[in-house]
Design a protein around this ligand. Structure first.
Ligand SMILES: C[S@@+](CC[C@H](N)C(=O)[O-])C[C@H]1O[C@@H](n2cnc3c(N)ncnc32)[C@H](O)[C@@H]1O
Length: 267
């Protein structure tokens, strides 16, 4: 995957991510930990932790000493370590996890599988570090459908610049449909594979609150917005506002986002 649509777009300050996709993170983490049946007393690994949305939900459920996290982005791993003292946080990728076999009851990845360099190898690693009977689970956005913010963003971008289609996450992200995810999990040797949807929401104070994080270049959407010269960027901002149906840009509003949640058991 190229730098403009891949993992490189997350080597940005954690605060930029918090204000963009991070707004949806904690609610999605609750859906993911529920689907994975994470319970007090278990040990869990958060793979691709980012600044720590899922990690903090795991800490609330299990306690910091029973949670570990990894991310290949050093600024995100640092932010996660700072925010959640006591959690072991390493700079590492899913494809090479620095943990012994069967070290955890659960290995989870929230909004990460589609950014992995080698998703089949990454999911096999999640399985390796999870004990027999434990769960491996992940959530990915429904980029092509009901992840409202990103869907409207790319629709607006393509309407103004058809070449943006090559960066549309709904078209170029792998493993973002229920069938693809179920196959990925089954081929990694996981049993009782299931995929369900989770719809979460985020509130915005006004349209500027939604737009400003994109100006910081975070994630593939922010990387695209900041690649545009000022006039085209302003046109994209206006087209996005129109497509989101935000009539008065100064009023608060809320957006929904659908993710697919895949689960499997280690046998
Ligand atoms: C959309 S963010 C999700 C962050 C966090 N899990 C959350 O829900 O807020 C994607 C994350 O995947 C990480 N990532 C990219 N490639 C990865 C890989 N091969 N293995 C693990 N994490 C990866 C990025 O650095 C980034 O933190």
């Amino acid at each position: 995957m190229s730098d403009v649509i891949g993992a490189a777009t997350f080597r940005t300050p954690a605060e930029a991510y918090d204000r963009h996709i991070g707004r949806y993170g904690r609610e999605l983490a609750r859906a993911l930990t529920t689907a994975a049946a994470v319970r007090p007393g278990g040990r869990a690994l958060d793979v691709g932790c980012g600044p720590g949305a899922l990690t903090s939900e795991l800490v609330a459920l299990l306690g910091a000493e029973r949670v570990a996290a990894v991310d290949p982005s050093a600024p995100f791993a640092d932010a996660c370590r700072r925010r959640l003292p006591g959690v072991r946080v390493e700079v590492a990728s899913a494809e090479a996890l620095p943990f012994a076999a069967a070290a955890f009851d659960h290995a989870l990845a929230q909004l990460v599988v589609n950014f992995m360099t080698a998703p089949p190898a990454g999911v096999r690693e999640l399985r390796r570090v999870t004990r027999r009977g434990g769960t491996v689970a992940a959530a990915v956005w429904d980029y092509a459908g009901e992840m409202t913010l990103l869907r409207r963003f790319w629709d607006a971008a393509i309407a103004l610049d058809p070449t943006a289609a090559s960066r549309d996450e709904g078209r170029c992200m792998p493993f973002c449909t229920p069938d693809e995810l179920a196959d990925l999990w089954s081929q990694a040797g996981l049993a009782d594979v299931g995929v369900a949807d989770a719809v979460v929401s985020a509130g915005y104070e006004d349209f500027e609150d939604l737009w400003q994080p994109l100006e910081l270049g975070v994630a593939p959407s922010g990387a695209y917005a900041t690649s545009l010269p000022p006039e085209e960027r302003a046109a994209l901002k206006e087209e996005l506002r129109r497509r989101l149906g935000v009539g008065d840009p100064d009023r608060p509003f809320e957006l929904n986002a659908r993710a697919w949640v895949v689960t499997g058991r280690v046998v």
